[in-house]
Design a protein around this ligand. Structure first.
Ligand code: SF4
Length: 298
């Protein structure tokens, strides 16, 4: 085992991505890359082979956080899919967090349908009991044709089941959906089917991002060959409206305030649904200004 005890700092490697809501969390990188790494629109981990970091490095980072991050009461486990870590090892990480960072109230991680599928309901309940309070799941779309095209893996039915499975264990569920991912042709179909998926899955938080065309990705190549057309600003607003219209969840927050979006929307559903739809209508009529292109970023 290598000794990392004297290194002062967190051992971050490569692209470190976390959800916007985890900006103030202790970012603990326990894996590198993404275990799926096939989505045609995603360039985040393209050059990284997925691996789980060594326990010695993880422990050194937890100890560093215990000395320097006493005011942060949340931990986010990076990178792409920390839930894929085998159960015993993940429990060990959560135990070390409890031991050395006792002030931490919640641990979060990205998950995908595969990694949730690999855990039994009992495993998930055990993780929840040890502090795993929220999972972030990239749903992207409820349109199976688009899911296949962008290599999302698994169909919408399985995706719904996996979301429900995490929720049944008492873990909060935050999902992202991607505006524009179905191109111009299937824009409204994607919006409707995604709203229907969200209604069945019933997550606690829904974040709508706008797909960005990243050079080097397959989607970028399709765009260059003229095989993929991104809806324009108006098309994306109509897509967002259609999606919200078909999203009927028990209680949750729908937001499209990510930097990639043209219009920031934040709605507490179901109560705030009509206000959100009215806001989008105002933008469609030109009564509200949209974010200029140069201000949109990942
Ligand atoms: S979008 Fe998520 S699941 Fe797909 S390759 Fe990127 S990190 Fe992995």
């Amino acid at each position: 085992m290598e000794y990392f005890g004297e290194y002062e700092g967190m051992h971050y490697e490569g692209n470190c991505i976390r959800p916007p809501s985890e900006a103030d969390s202790i970012l603990l990188q326990v894996t590198l890359g993404c275990s799926h790494n096939k989505c045609t629109f995603c360039g985040t981990y393209k050059d990284n082979r997925f691996r789980i970091k060594g326990n010695d490095i993880i422990l050194a980072d937890i100890l560093f956080a215990s000395r320097h991050m006493k005011r942060q009461d949340r931990v986010f486990l990076m990178d792409g899919d920390a839930l894929i870590i085998p159960q015993e090892r993940l429990l060990w990480i959560l135990d070390r967090i409890k031991e050395h960072l006792p002030w931490v109230k919640r641990v979060g991680a990205y998950a995908n349908t595969k990694s949730i599928g690999m855990k039994s309901p009992e495993d998930l309940a055990e993780l929840k009991a040890k502090g795993l309070g929220i999972l972030f799941l990239g749903v992207e779309t409820g349109d199976d044709e688009t899911r296949r095209k962008v290599h999302k893996g698994y169909d919408s039915k399985h995706c719904i089941e996996m979301g429900k499975k995490a929720k049944a264990a008492g873990i909060k569920l935050s999902v992202t959906v991607l505006l524009g991912i179905a191109g111009v042709e299937r824009s409204l179909e994607h919006a409707r089917l995604t709203g229907e998926l969200l209604s069945q899955m019933d997550p606690d938080f829904i974040g709508a991002l706008t797909v960005m065309l990243i050079p080097g990705t397959e989607l970028w190549e399709e765009y260059r060959r003229g095989e993929f057309r991104l809806p324009d600003e108006e098309g994306l607003l109509r897509e967002l409206k259609e999606m919200i219209l078909h999203t009927n969840i028990t209680r949750g927050l729908f937001f499209s305030n990510h930097a990639s979006n043209y219009l920031p929307v934040k709605a507490r559903l179901p109560k705030g649904k009509q206000d959100a739809l009215d806001l989008i209508d105002s933008a469609l009529k030109g009564e509200i200004g949209l974010k200029p292109e140069w201000m949109r970023a990942l």
